[in-house]
Design a protein around this ligand. Sequence first.
Ligand SMILES: CC(C)(COP(=O)(O)OP(=O)(O)OC[C@H]1O[C@@H](n2cnc3c(N)ncnc32)[C@H](O)[C@@H]1OP(=O)(O)O)[C@@H](O)C(=O)NCCC(=O)NCCS
Length: 229
Amino acid sequence: MRHPAPKGPLLIVGAASHGEVVLDLLRSLPEPPEIRGFIDCGTEGRFVGRKVGGVCVLDGIESISSYAGKVAGVIPAVGDCAEREAIAARVRAAGIPMLAAVHPTSHLCSGVEIGAGSVVLAGALLGVGARIGIAVIVNSGAIIEHHSVIGDFAHIAPGCRLAGGVRAGERVWIGIGATVLQNVCIGPDAQIGAGAVVIRDVEAGVTAVGVPARPIDERDRVHPEIDIV
Ligand SMILES: CC(C)(COP(=O)(O)OP(=O)(O)OC[C@H]1O[C@@H](n2cnc3c(N)ncnc32)[C@H](O)[C@@H]1OP(=O)(O)O)[C@@H](O)C(=O)NCCC(=O)NCCS
């Protein structure tokens, strides 16, 4: 299955490293869209007036509304989930559409849905009926299996493997190489550490690490013999 490619002219909102990744994705499309420029978000450094990958950083995010009606849409391109949500709110308020982009080397099975402003990077696989929310990052080589549901503004880092029926809430961040077993629910704002294996549900806002994954604050209860008294 193919996802419709974004049509330009468009803006990439975020001019730091993830912005450059999104630029590379857009340039890899069979018909690369015209990229009008980057918009700087400020939190990862100041880039206005510079070039990133040969493309100008035109303005700061505070000027986004001046592009309404002048571009076909924007792609939010910062790695931080809460910041991507804030960018989406500003873009929406400015009346500018958000566009999704899918790398040509990724594979989408039938029935996959991808929300506005989301990106699916190189080599990712989305299984049958997987649903990806708004402004989500499905990073390089991630596997999101059948019927999983990924909430708005989540970030699934490179090489993650989510089995079938996983549910990840809004702004969930799953670290590089983590594995999540089938039908597990991860609450909004939870973070999963790199390399973790998540075998049971994770509550909202909790950071869970390790194999099997446990909330960071609870690890001492698992190994009381190493408590310092
Ligand atoms: C889980 C994570 C978010 C925690 O970050 P943090 O809140 O800053 O936590 P700290 O680094 O202070 O570590 C707290 C404790 O958790 C442990 N820990 C942190 N990450 C861990 C991981 N992935 N696996 C196992 N233990 C981990 C630390 O060793 C430390 O243990 P201690 O209390 O016994 O010393 C982070 O370590 C992580 O794994 N991030 C994923 C990064 C990633 O995937 N980046 C890809 C971006 S595309």
